[in-house]
Ligand binder design. Structure first.
Ligand code: CA2
Length: 146
């Protein structure tokens, strides 16, 4: 059975490709999920891709991942900078965690420079565009094989 990786995207990431292409690129979230699913197949992994604009829903999905996932790749969106609840949920997850940001949050406003999730993540990718999800998936393969 291929190991399952939960791919979580937070608020407003459903709008990818529809606005602010200069910041977030032209790929849609559906494009990202398609390319991640294809790469996961090559790597012998399985992806469960979920997006929500709601903090509690993301917490519920992180809790659900305790039962079925070896790893979580998460772009928490703006909740990165605000959510102790998402951090607490990730701290209750025993698998590997990687954090992805499409933009380079350190090159942006000061309020985006801190992420609560980073203290739990094995690694953080920021500023690599949507390619960051694929890079995270490759790294996740190494982490869950170890
Ligand atoms: O760079 C990232 O991936 C972020 O997590 C994206 C969040 C932002 O709040 C974080 O600081 C950095 C915002 C996601 C909004 O996505 C949109 C995409 C297209 C159009 C409008 C919003």
């Amino acid at each position: 059975m291929p190991k399952l990786i939960t791919l979580l995207n937070g608020p407003n990431l459903n709008l990818l490709g529809q606005r602010q292409p200069e910041v977030y690129g032209r790929e849609t979230l559906a494009d990202v999920v398609t390319s991640c699913t294809a790469l996961a197949g090559e790597l012998g992994l399985q992806i469960k891709a979920l997006q929500s604009n709601h903090e509690g829903q993301l917490v519920d999905w992180i809790q659900a991942a305790r039962a079925d996932s070896a790893g979580i790749i998460i772009n928490p969106g703006a909740y990165s900078h605000t959510s102790v609840a998402i951090l607490d949920a990730l701290n209750a997850f025993d698998g590997k965690v990687l954090e992805v940001h499409i933009s380079n949050i350190h090159k942006r406003e000061a309020f985006r420079h801190h992420s609560y999730v980073s203290s739990r993540a094995e690694g953080v990718i920021a500023g690599f565009g949507t390619e960051g999800y694929l890079l995270a998936l490759r790294r996740m393969k190494t982490l869950v094989a170890a």
